[in-house]
Design a binder for this molecule. Structure first.
Ligand code: HEC
Length: 136
């Protein structure tokens, strides 16, 4: 009996580790969201940013910046917290594009048609959603 309990525990732990290591949603490469997002009530500025994000970024980064598997990463992710990717890194990403370095999704091309003020609104949106998801 004791042996049975231990092997059951072991099997459960192995299954949990397998799930943590290979989350089902992270290997499909088909555009499924890569993060589970809680949407906060947005400030007026962030609302404007959300509209711009929807228009210029969501095709790759996904609705709610949750990422799209095989396309682009979630910006609601610890990698993009303010101390690692400050607001200026968003300005540079939009103006010059990004060479792939954190993810296996290829380069991000520069995005046309957005002023620095527009990008600042997008950043306000991303930061508010980050905070609502425990990323500070
Ligand atoms: C054509 C697809 C595409 C579009 C459109 C796009 N991105 Fe990206 N973006 C990517 C990919 C892919 C990466 C990941 C690069 C890597 O591997 O680090 C990325 C990375 C980033 C990064 C991280 C930059 C860094 O320094 O590591 C930021 C910030 C970003 N995107 C913001 C935006 C914003 C804001 C928009 C809309 C104005 C946008 N992206 C539109 C594909 C895209």
């Amino acid at each position: 009996m004791r042996v049975f309990v231990w092997s059951a525990c072991f099997a459960l732990a192995a299954a949990a580790i397998a799930l943590l290591t290979f989350p089902p949603s992270e290997s499909t490469g088909d555009g499924t969201p890569l993060a589970d997002i809680t949407m906060p009530v947005l400030s007026a500025t962030a609302e404007k940013g959300a509209i711009l994000f929807d228009r210029s970024c969501a095709s790759c980064h996904g609705a709610e910046a949750a990422g799209r598997d095989g396309v682009a990463p979630p910006l609601i992710h610890k990698i993009y917290e303010p101390s690692h990717h400050g607001d200026e890194s968003f300005q540079i990403a939009v103006a010059r594009g990004v060479r792939a370095h954190h993810w296996p999704f290829g380069d991000m091309p520069p995005v046309d048609g957005l002023s620095r003020e527009d990008v600042a609104k997008i950043v306000a949106f991303v930061r508010e959603v980050q905070r609502a998801n425990g990323i500070n």
